[in-house]
Design a protein around this ligand. Structure first.
Ligand code: SAH
Ligand code: SF4
Ligand code: F3S
Length: 450
């Protein structure tokens, strides 16, 4: 298949979460046997796919402005007598469907996250410029069955989707509407994919799910994500396992125990809390309190003392007072984060929170976001600085920007820059950390490696 010279060129632009990154790779894998090779720029492509995100208003609007640009490329191509097919995939496709075709008629087809297996057919139909242009149904099993098993990983670290969808219905969030209900892939299928990846040189997998720790696929090593992790940890060559994103509600004892016992499971946990105010957490329908979250972190750290914690925060949720926001800062001080993502609340049409009274002015959100970010930045620098002088196992992933330099990741997901030969890419090597910046570490090889 791959020996055939590509006759058509594909450009995929990915927005949003890692789930979309994974889906984009699978779409490219699926289209390759149809003769689609990679285009580096959209203007060179015969097929442009925007894999979109609906999570915040800005993310959605970006898609429409990008589509405006791509429309001009399509017109230029047509003026030269050629064609370009434009596809919108992902969560905006699911949420807005036909509205996209109305707002941007240059779009040829819209395909929701559960319908990628229909892409070849939809493309063929678009080429005939007739028939149904919309596919946005939920049936995740069909999708995974239809996507070809053959993966072409491009590096030593790969994403692997194990769970999709969300039943939590946080009142601010569109994901339960765009990705449907919680659904877990069978463990056997996941193991087969992980083995293929390992055989192709992948040393680290990140298991993906909107609520990955709600994974409940049947398993011979116990149910739940912990069972899956233990099963994957047995695969030769797969030395590192990570997972994201988790919900505090689904962080069970078995998973915490796995962190204490499974060497391949990395000591880094992304566990969004959103707010430190119980009043706000209740209005968000998060089903945990600030205290239960802090206790949970304590339990996790008792099992794995060096666990790095990261989180997501929303500032300016409707009705959030200064005291509520203070409670968030207080929670951050108590937990001590290695990293975090913080967002201004964005009002999403159709979600319960969008109809709440007490929507806050943008200036209030801006000011709170800046204060939260300042605190999180101090914590990130402190976490990175604490590694200086330690020797950490680093999985080298790629060449650095400077000649003679390569870049890898620490167990805590920090980027580590080291002067070392390229042949170490794909290896896990002890590195002495010499200095820390806010986004990366620099280190040197220890004597044994040199
Ligand atoms: N399933 C994950 C992540 C979902 S989306 C979880 O439960 O944590 C990633 C992050 O986007 C969320 O954690 C939240 O912090 C943020 N987010 C979701 N909806 C948002 C909205 N309407 N406005 C601002 N941020 C939002
Ligand atoms: Fe959205 Fe909440 Fe589900 Fe996460 S748990 S995807 S924030 S509804
Ligand atoms: Fe965005 Fe959809 Fe992911 S809304 S964050 S791309 S699940």
């Amino acid at each position: 298949m791959s020996e055939l010279a590509p006759v058509k060129r594909l450009y995929i632009k990915t927005y949003g979460c890692q789930m979309n990154v994974y889906d984009s790779e699978r779409m490219a894998d699926m289209l390759a046997p149809l003769g689609y090779g990679v285009a580096l720029r959209p203007e060179d492509a015969d097929l442009v796919v925007l894999n979109t995100c609906h999570i915040r208003e800005k993310a959605t609007e970006k898609v429409y402005s990008e589509l405006g640009q791509i429309r001009l490329m399509k017109l230029a191509r047509q003026a030269e007598g050629g064609t370009m097919t434009i596809a919108v995939a992902g969560c905006v496709a699911q949420a807005e469907g036909e509205e996209i075709l109305r707002r941007q008629p240059a779009v040829d087809l819209v395909v929701g996250p559960q319908s990628y297996h229909q892409l070849p057919e939809l493309i063929a139909r678009a080429h005939r410029a007739r028939g149904e242009r919309l596919a946005a149904d939920f049936a995740p099993e069909e999708k995974f069955d239809a996507l070809i098993a053959e993966r072409r990983p491009t590096g030593v670290s790969a994403f692997l989707t194990v769970q999709e969808g969300c039943d939590k219905f946080c009142t601010f969030c569109v994901v339960p509407y765009t990705r449907g209900g919680e659904w877990s892939r069978p463990a056997g299928d996941i193991e087969a994919e992980a083995r293929t990846l390992a055989e192709k040189g992948v040393r680290e997998v990140t298991l993906l799910g909107q609520n990955v720790n709600a994974y409940d696929g049947a398993n011979d090593t116990g149910s739940g994500l912990a069972g899956l992790v233990r099963r994957l940890a047995r695969i030769p060559g797969l030395d590192r396992i990570r997972y994201t994103t988790s919900h505090p509600r689904d962080m069970d004892e078995a998973l915490i125990a796995a962190h204490a016992e499974v060497e391949a499971l990395m000591p880094y946990l992304h566990l969004p809390v959103q707010s430190g105010s119980d009043r706000v957490l209740k209005a968000m329908n998060r089903a945990h309190t600030a205290e239960s979250y802090v206790r949970l972190i304590e339990t996790i750290r008792a099992a794995r003392p060096d666990m790095a914690i990261s989180g997501d925060f929303i500032v300016g949720f409707p009705g959030e007072t200064e005291a509520d926001f203070e409670a968030t800062l207080q929670l951050v001080r108590e937990v001590g984060y290695a990293g975090a993502f913080s967002f201004k609340y964005s009002r999403r049409p159709g979600t319960p929170a969008s109809a709440l009274p007490g929507q806050l002015a943008d200036e209030v959100k801006d000011e709170r976001l800046a204060r939260l970010n300042a605190l999180l930045e101090i914590q990130r620098i402190a976490f990175n600085s604490a590694q200086v002088g330690r020797t950490l196992p680093v999985l080298f992933e790629k060449p650095g920007r400077h000649p003679g330099q390569i870049i890898g990741r620490s167990p805590y997901l920090q980027s580590v820059h080291v002067a070392a030969p390229d042949r170490l890419i794909g290896e896990i090597v002890p590195v002495r950390i010499e200095s820390a910046a806010s986004n990366s570490l620099a280190g040197t090889l220890t004597l044994e490696t040199v």
